[in-house]
Design a protein around this ligand. Structure first.
Ligand code: ZN
Length: 287
């Protein structure tokens, strides 16, 4: 056979093989399309350093994006809490604070800058948080949380982080979160000591289970009386933000049925176990 005839035969055979393959492909069901990515390109880039972490992935990131968190207080604890939650991608943040920015706030309340003096903290905080992450919604509530408005403020949120600085507010927040079944991260700092506690109402001890009665007025000094260093508030607020992320993402290890007692003068963190009390007026009736 001449080389030109052989070439013709080879071409014909290859064409037949291609036709057969195309016929086979047409009869086979098409492979399912790739699932829609849960996160957009910008989200993958913005959150890349947490997405690569062991124990954190798309599901955890989407849980944050779908979450609504209320931060009570935009001060020394609220600054790190709100910054870390906004940065991490919590989809909706509410910031509750009725104070105006004062010069004595600035050494520790880093969401407020010197040009913000005299402005409402809720609004100056929200402006910074939107600069930090324009992909999320942040809403200011320029009110003081009290027993009368606590239920309305807590409603509709998945989690509350209490960054207030008074016991009346703390007990009102705890009671409202128990009534609504909303998870709560408590925190407090004065001087170089602080406390952090996570609460899942009905499942773990609430703040009133651990501390049944508020201290008598004046028994615990305020930051105005005893002072506080900015980094000490930063440590406690950061621990609160971490607790919030664990609870929102369903990660293990949140500090429930216990509180952290942090002594930053000595560099010690003590985990103090606590438990639900059947006679707790806030959570005793919850199952
Ligand atoms: Zn309780």
């Amino acid at each position: 056979m001449s080389s030109s005839r052989r070439g013709l035969f080879r071409a014909a055979a290859e064409a037949a093989a291609r036709a057969a393959a195309a016929d086979q492909a047409a009869r086979e069901p098409a492979p399912p399309p790739d699932p829609e990515p849960l996160l957009g390109d910008q989200e993958v880039e913005r959150y890349s350093r947490q997405l690569v972490m062991e124990g954190w992935g798309e599901a955890e990131q989407v849980a944050l994006r779908d979450a609504s968190v209320l931060v009570i207080g935009a001060g020394a604890l609220g600054s790190p809490v709100a910054s870390y939650l906004a940065g991490a991608g919590v989809g909706r943040l509410g910031i509750v604070d009725d104070d105006l920015v004062e010069l004595s706030n600035l050494h520790r309340q880093f969401l407020h800058f010197t040009p913000d003096l005299g402005q409402p903290k809720a609004h100056t905080a929200v402006a910074k948080l939107q600069f930090l992450n324009p992909e999320i919604a942040v809403e200011p509530y320029q009110v003081r949380l009290d027993e009368a408005n606590a239920d309305g403020l807590v409603a509709g949120h998945d989690l509350v982080v209490d960054c207030s600085d008074g016991f009346a507010t703390r007990y009102a927040v705890n009671a409202a979160c128990c009534r609504a079944g909303v998870a709560l991260v408590e925190g407090g700092v004065v001087g170089l000591t602080g406390l952090v506690m996570s609460i899942e109402p009905g499942d773990s001890a609430c703040y009133r289970c651990a501390f049944p009665e508020p201290p008598p007025p004046g028994a615990v000094p305020t930051c105005a009386q005893a002072g506080v260093l900015g980094p000490a508030a930063g440590v406690i607020g950061s621990l609160q933000a971490l607790e919030a992320l664990k609870l929102l993402a369903g990660m293990p290890g949140a500090v429930t049925d216990a509180f952290l007692q942090v002594d930053l003068a000595r560099g010690e963190v003590l985990t103090v176990r606590t438990a639900r009390r059947a006679d707790c007026p806030d959570c005793g009736g919850l199952r």
